[in-house]
Design a protein around this ligand. Structure first.
Ligand SMILES: Nc1ncnc2c1ncn2[C@@H]1O[C@H](COP(=O)(O)OP(=O)(O)O)[C@@H](O)[C@H]1O
Ligand code: SF4
Ligand SMILES: [Mg+2]
Length: 331
């Protein structure tokens, strides 16, 4: 594997056990992530975008081994991370940190900000207290907090400042991969831009690799080098940012894009809302395109097997999972 790759995820599937048994007598399970593949080069950002419930968080948590996977290989910095256990796993975990959506619930309310940032360093177990103090000071400065704010508790900060503490904490072990799971969704719009800009500048400063999850295509456009559009456990489209935003090809991506409000302040949303329709039951095996019930282009052929990602005709690397690839007009 190239040493330029920070993360290589192959054939990742995650299922959650459910109560009861299905019609075939088997225990029911919900396949939240169904055979997804992605690569992130060092220093780059992959955005996974999709509506709530599409499996974005589950996929990311499986990468970090915070939920068990059903299948798949996870390679981080060339290390087969998916199969490590015990001490090797504890060591390797420092390579991945997570920035959560809600910095309030993800920060321990009883710890002072400085101690919140110290915790992962203690867990890593390698540095002296003086060295930890030096790193904490450096991180506070890097994320735009003042040294005296180390002594304050989470409730004494604004939402944006709390996310800065979350970011400092995530940076503390010098991870090679940071999972940002809807990092600005809980923040006011004005604060969102500050935090996104901070994440970008830290990426340049520390050479960070991001797996960036968002339901918001506007945010993804600002942050990501590559985009994966996820729907009901499956990647529907995968492309580099330029190619994707020049011409989003998949009907689901187009519907998502139509639902994005224009960026002008005070302007009306252009497209309104996503197409209505039944969503598939992920406790049952999929037999066709899972977007068919909501897709304006759907035809009989769409129910004949699950479409797999393939290159848009004439492109290399702009892939979509659609039986009608190349046959309907796109913008
Ligand atoms: N711990 C869990 N147990 C059972 N089902 C879960 C669990 N976590 C998530 N799910 C289900 O998995 C699917 C994907 O959820 P999630 O990964 O949170 O989506 P997203 O992050 O895209 O909103 C949803 O149907 C959700 O209800
Ligand atoms: S396979 Fe059919 S239903 Fe699915 S996205 Fe393509 S056109 Fe729509
Ligand atoms: Mg989520």
């Amino acid at each position: 594997m190239s040493d330029k790759l920070a993360l290589d995820v192959q054939n990742l599937s995650v299922s959650f056990p459910m109560r009861g048994r299905g019609a075939d007598g088997r225990r029911r399970a919900l396949l939240a992530v169904d055979n997804v593949n992605f690569l992130i080069a060092r220093g780059k950002t992959l955005g996974i975008v999709g509506e709530s419930g599409s499996g974005k968080t589950t996929a990311a948590m499986a990468v970090a081994r915070l939920v068990p996977k059903l299948a798949g290989n996870i390679t981080i910095d060339g290390i087969d991370f998916g199969t490590l256990d015990n001490e090797a796993l504890r060591q390797a975990r420092q390579r991945i940190q997570i920035i959560f959506q809600d910095p309030y619930s993800s920060l321990n309310p009883r710890l002072r900000a400085g101690e919140i940032v110290r915790e992962p360093l203690v867990y890593a177990g390698e540095t002296s207290r003086a060295e930890q103090d030096r790193i904490i000071d450096e991180l506070f400065e890097a994320v735009g907090l003042r040294p005296e704010q180390k002594a304050l508790f989470p409730h004494q900060f604004s939402g944006g400042q709390r996310q800065r503490i979350g970011i400092a904490r995530a940076l503390s072990t010098r991870p090679s991969l940071i999972i940002c799971d809807e990092p600005v969704s809980a923040l006011d719009v004005a604060v969102q831009a500050q935090i996104l800009n901070l994440l970008k500048s830290l990426q340049g400063q520390f050479g960070l690799t991001y797996l960036f999850i968002s339901h918001d295509l506007g945010v993804v456009q600002h942050m990501c080098d590559d985009i994966a559009v996820m729907y009901m456990g499956q990647f529907m489209e995968y492309a580099d940012r330029k190619s994707f935003f020049a011409a989003p090809r998949h009907p689901y991506s187009q519907a998502l894009l139509d639902a994005v409000p224009t960026i002008d302040i005070g302007a009306q949303p252009t497209g309104g809302k996503l197409v209505d329709g039944e969503i598939p039951d992920l406790t049952l095996p999929q037999t066709g395109c899972r977007f068919a019930s909501r897709c304006p282009h759907a035809r009989d052929v769409c129910n004949g097997g699950v479409p797999q990602l393939q290159d848009w005709p004439g492109s290399t690397g702009h892939r979509l999972a659609c039986h009608l690839t190349g046959t309907f007009a796109t913008s």
